[in-house]
Design a protein around this ligand. Sequence first.
Ligand code: FAD
Length: 431
Amino acid sequence: MTHTNEVSRRLSEELARSVTGPVLLPDDAGYARESAGFQLGLRHRPDLVVGARNAADVRTVLRRAAAYGLPVTVHSTGHGMRASAEGGVLLTLRRLNAVAVDPVAATARVGGGATWDDVIAATAPHGLVPPSGSLGSVGAVGYTFGGGLGLLARSDGWACDHVRSYTVVTGDDEEREVGPGDGERFARLRGSGPVPGEVVTEMTVGLLPEGPLQGGGLAFDLGAADATGDPTPLHAFHEWTLGLPPELTSALRVMAFPALDVLPPHLRGRRIARVAVSLRGSAEDAEELVAPLRKAAPPVEDTLAPMRFAEYARVHAEPDGAGAFIGENLLADTLSPTALGTLAGPGGSQMVIMNVRHLGGALARPAAVPDTVTGRDARYLVAALSQVDPDISVPAPAQAHAQAGPARWLEPFAPDRVGVSPAFRMGPGTA
Ligand SMILES: Cc1cc2nc3c(=O)[nH]c(=O)nc-3n(C[C@H](O)[C@H](O)[C@H](O)COP(=O)(O)OP(=O)(O)OC[C@H]3O[C@@H](n4cnc5c(N)ncnc54)[C@H](O)[C@@H]3O)c2cc1C
């Protein structure tokens, strides 16, 4: 037995007696399942994985791992992991998923591993909504570390603007409520996230009134997936965003669909531009605001309709299954028509899903309490997401990056770059 194995075996025996969650060594059943997260391009191989059930478990693991000299890596859902946990202790937070709503104060206390779906389920009965994003399986706390670009971002601002405090635990047995009075530390957590050894066991976040909402997507056919397409809907999206009120949040997604029988005929083998729309307002407001888009080109799919916030998934209509993927992005102050046109080019976005999120509105507000968010001065976030082969990406992240090449698809937009969002840098090789 190696020295490391002996150390981790002793630590595992100690932790098995003192924590309530599972404590698993590599040969134990359930080790791989406990270690895995949403990002399948990273196969974590810690010496020991511990699933925390409560804040006391987190404190114990951090304290004892420090005493044994073992590093601790943390994930809640694994959506945002950028490197594999190799050796040391992997602490999983998915069981810290309690959510307690105070409907009078319009706040929620959210466990460090709760997903936005957990939060939405708790807030919906009170007619309140959290500043969550396109996908409910993302961890609520981890999302705020990158600022948090929500479904209602342009009307309600960055998710981290709504964070009132974090409960932070560290290896030296400190447990502290970190809030606006904590200067640099609170600013760093909201926009950059924790430093190694800091774990957030709970967050208090402000909630917003639900109010009338419209949401859905308009899909436009740019042409055959393997040919030069018609960029008219892309330019129409750009011009449309220049005159929108902050109540309307939108995003453009361009992807080429394979010619597979399982797909609906209007998507099969086509390059599709889909505009996701969410609006704080009435159905009449939606009709009026979206009219220029519908006029520019006939949509092949149009699902915009009144919705409850809990139906958020219809807005971005993203698949919600774990996968191996790499995401890169840039923040831009303008969208050049030439760069946009490349998304309709042959092979322009094949194998890569391009997303353009419209920023501005409340996202451009100066922070009431200092933070480290990048993007307040940007007008658009342009993100490229590529699926990668997990068998390549696990042993060789650099190779996975070359294979997927998301950065290449961002090149035409580079002259207008004003920054990069840490939240949309995803997967192996992006750490
Ligand atoms: C499909 C998809 C859709 C997305 N949509 C959006 C969107 O609409 N808007 C947006 O802003 N972002 C979005 N993101 C980005 C997402 O916010 C980031 O990937 C974020 O890091 C995910 O946090 P997580 O806790 O789920 O992931 P994890 O991988 O579990 O955590 C991410 C990082 O935060 C750390 N961490 C997480 N929780 C804690 C904690 N409690 N204490 C200490 N450290 C912690 C982890 O150690 C890790 O380094 C999306 C990502 C994906 C994959």
